[in-house]
Design a protein around this ligand. Structure first.
Ligand SMILES: Cc1cc2nc3c(=O)[nH]c(=O)nc-3n(C[C@H](O)[C@H](O)[C@H](O)COP(=O)(O)OP(=O)(O)OC[C@H]3O[C@@H](n4cnc5c(N)ncnc54)[C@H](O)[C@@H]3O)c2cc1C
Length: 394
């Protein structure tokens, strides 16, 4: 595994990016459809894949070199996730480490970074759990109720999170919790705080219950019952957590768009090949416009979404405002991938439903991207309200 080319710092050229793409593609060849199919069927965590990606250095793409990471940019990170999904795999198994990195890097203390990042980069620690969603708040994050109360040199956490992926497979959890009661706040976006919680050493009752979902995502409900965490788990300033999480949203949207683009290419390639080979009524089904055109249409939409993803990533790297572009990339890419998924399933006819062809697995997996980590309705609301200035629904 370690024979694959290792990443190097901040590549700028398209040749460097192509080299990363090819190296990840090569690594993914060791984890073919058969591997992901078995993992999905047995609802296992793809440990071997995550370990290989960690050893190769690509999972630590966004960790700066001074902390033992590859020190790459968001464009390179997005190419890595795209290639995993394009190969037939599912980067949902490990993407949280990249989603959370901005919050830790921008707002974590030097001591926190030195304590955790080198170990994460080495694969000694896993940061794969990102806990925001709650049953009573849903998309309205400022309404979360899980409470973290300061008691001397500790915080006492009580509450419940839902849909928290990989909590059981992770050592660390980036947790958003309420530190000031909602009613006491003038500004409702304050009063929440982010913690980098080491789940191996917490005191109190931390209960993680698996959820039975349509995809193999290791998603859980997490109950906090007088869970004690050291006060130095707090990231940045108390009460500023919502702002810190929002800061990371653009990167997350760009990364999720890339995963969708990878899925989209997988569907288009499989559909085109199958349509060219499957003969019914004496000709390849792909000669029929009812089969060919939806595939071509979805392909055009994926390519267009891809341009928006690079545009958003370039603005992100230039530290320009990119909320509109990052949200549009996420919206367009997840919809294009879903369109490609449907075109592919139609092309495969009944075989699309057979597990051995992998289409139904990828179909289920890519559907998530329109809903999580943020639903496309909320993306449209952002565009309608924040970009176009229309009246607000929330
Ligand atoms: C497999 C999976 C993994 C997940 N992993 C994680 C994780 O690791 N960590 C984590 O914190 N969360 C995770 N989530 C949660 C995910 O981010 C939420 O499900 C998602 O943000 C939507 O929240 P909700 O399900 O509560 O929907 P709700 O907020 O209840 O919304 C339901 C529907 O109403 C729509 N809606 C609500 N308000 C408006 C409005 N104003 N205008 C228009 N439409 C509106 C929404 O768009 C949605 O379609 C995961 C979810 C899934 C399914």
């Amino acid at each position: 595994m370690e024979t694959h080319t290792s990443p190097h710092a901040s590549p700028q050229s398209s040749e460097d990016r192509q080299a990363i793409r090819e190296a990840v593609r090569s690594l993914c060849k060791d984890f073919p459809d058969l591997y992901w199919r078995a993992v999905d069927k047995e609802e296992k965590y793809p440990d071997e894949f995550v370990t290989a990606l960690t050893k190769s250095g690509y999972l630590a793409a966004l960790i700066p070199e001074e902390y033992g990471g590859a020190g790459l940019g968001i464009t390179e990170a997005s190419i890595i996730l795209e290639e995993i999904n394009h190969s037939g795999g599912n980067s949902g198994a490990c993407h949280a480490q990249m989603y959370t990195m901005g919050t830790v890097l921008r707002h974590g203390s030097e001591e926190q970074k030195r304590r955790y990042l080198p170990a994460i980069a080495q694969g000694e620690l896993r940061l794969q759990a990102f806990a925001i969603t709650e049953p009573n708040a849903g998309s309205e994050t400022t309404r979360i109720e899980t409470r973290a109360e300061r008691k001397g040199d500790r915080y006492l956490v009580n509450g419940q999170k839902i849909f928290i992926s990989r909590a059981k497979q992770s050592d660390l959890m980036l947790l958003l919790a309420r530190t000031t009661p909602y009613e006491e706040l003038k500004d409702k976006t304050r009063g929440l705080s982010v913690f980098l919680m080491d789940m191996r050493s917490v005191k109190g009752k931390l209960e993680i219950q698996p959820l039975d979902l349509m995809i193999n995502h290791h998603t859980t409900t997490v109950f906090f019952d007088d869970v004690e965490i050291p006060a130095d788990s707090l990231i940045g300033e108390e009460g500023m957590g919502f702002r810190y999480i929002i800061d990371g949203w653009n990167a997350e949207r760009i990364l999720i768009a890339s995963e969708a683009i990878g899925d989209g290419h997988w569907f288009i390639e499989h559909a085109s090949k199958y349509a060219s080979e499957r003969v019914v009524f004496g000709r390849p089904i792909g000669a029929n416009q009812g089969i060919q055109f939806p595939i071509a249409q979805a392909y055009a939409h994926i390519e267009a979404a891809d341009l928006m993803r690079y545009h958003a990533a370039a603005k992100f790297e230039a530290r320009e405002k990119c909320g509109a572009e990052a949200n549009m990339a996420k919206l367009l890419a997840s919809e294009a991938a879903w369109e490609a998924a449907n075109a592919c399933l139609n092309t495969y006819g009944g075989y699309g439903f057979a597990r051995d062809y992998d289409v139904e697995r990828k179909f289920r997996e890519t559907r998530l991207l329109t809903t999580a980590p943020v639903s496309n309705n909320l993306v449209l609301a952002f565009l309608g309200q924040n970009v176009l200035g229309m009246p607000r629904s929330y």
